[in-house]
Design a protein around this ligand. Sequence first.
Ligand SMILES: Cc1cc2nc3c(=O)[nH]c(=O)nc-3n(C[C@H](O)[C@H](O)[C@H](O)COP(=O)(O)OP(=O)(O)OC[C@H]3O[C@@H](n4cnc5c(N)ncnc54)[C@H](O)[C@@H]3O)c2cc1C
Length: 418
Amino acid sequence: MRYDVTIIGGGIVGLATALALTERYSADLLVIEAENRLAAHQTGNNSGVIHSGLYYRPGSLKARNCVTGATALFHFCEENDIPVERCGKLVVATHRSELPALEELERRGLANGLQGLRRLTSGQLQEIEPHVNGVAGLEVPATGIVNFRQVADAIGRRVEEMGVTIRTAARLLRCTPSSSGLELETATGTFTTSNLINCAGLQSDRVARLCGVDPAVQIVPFRGEYYKLAPACRDLVRNLIYPVPDPRFPFLGVHFTRMIDGSREAGPNAVLALKREGYNRYSISLRDTLEVVSTAAFWRMTSKYWRIGLGELYRSWNKAAFVKALQRLIPEITAEDLVPGGAGVRAQALDESGNLLDDFRLVEAERMLHVLNAPSPAATASLSIGGELATLAGRSFSLGEKQNSTAPRQPDRNTKRG
Ligand SMILES: Cc1cc2nc3c(=O)[nH]c(=O)nc-3n(C[C@H](O)[C@H](O)[C@H](O)COP(=O)(O)OP(=O)(O)OC[C@H]3O[C@@H](n4cnc5c(N)ncnc54)[C@H](O)[C@@H]3O)c2cc1C
């Protein structure tokens, strides 16, 4: 079987791209996934928060896709009976020095079109979250919660019903151009495809290289570790409680999250992982570690972020330090209230100058599109990113539109040519 487009990676971005493509174009589509199930990595191990678009630079891919993606996601969940809730969240300033950053967040939120943002005094914060300690805060009513693994599985079922082939346990090993397109050798067979879209998350830079494209970035894995609140003290947290993030760092800081199943999580931190799919502190891959530390970009990054990085590492090994970070938001929380939770690993792109890329990065090459940076809020934004990728693919791969396609067109700015 020869496919028109093959998507590498059965996480939520790859699956959402398959959905947008199959809704719009008459094309034979294949999704290949390395693991033996969908959503095995970032998508299935995240915080489950539907972000509102508060944090992102107006005009960026993150801002645009987060706002439209969240709307599409709520709609998709309602249509497919997936439990979802628009529970809102609080961003809490615990010290007066954080007030300018809180104001900047409000400005960004307004510029990104968020409705219902409200500045809160310390007293108003406690009316919403009685155990929280803060000098001021921001209420963000548009934020929601969902289980992204359920969403990914539902998208997978939907695309299969629409004729897309999904192959799991099919890690891409080699990609060879041929007269008929691209030969994709995988762990469980070889496929011929005219075009491909790389949505391989933690492996996306390697997949690009394997396809003959220089990604110009390197994926650096950052593990996010969680604790769970013991059931007896769940009422310390009603919904979502976030600190004001450190603007120098692309992660949001440890926070409290009510999960859609009712449990409460605290975290995630952001620790440099020694293995791309390394879910605990003892997971080490020599190849992954050497690949990161042998580059000048890594050492440039280290010179910028070493202080924050060491703090994260210390909190990873020292529960008391983790608890102390949480006590800034909820002073009465103690180590006994927290039991170990799971972890996820973020695929964060690092450029040659040692900068952690802030925005999503989509790169076009001949017969190919590569998604080279899709960190948070890419799960929230996935249906919108999928739409953007489908627009690009339709044009670059000359796909034929379906007669009855009603899917919205999206702009295709901010992409780079590889
Ligand atoms: C700890 C943590 C918390 C987060 N919290 C949130 C949140 O609350 N809200 C939010 O919106 N976002 C959140 N994110 C970000 C979000 O989870 C990711 O941005 C999103 O899941 C990225 O999806 P993806 O499909 O690009 O990647 P992935 O889900 O990682 O999927 C990539 C897939 O590609 C497959 N693959 C890799 N190599 C190959 C190969 N060679 N051949 C075939 N397949 C391959 C992998 O097995 C994997 O299944 C969080 C992320 C983490 C890690």
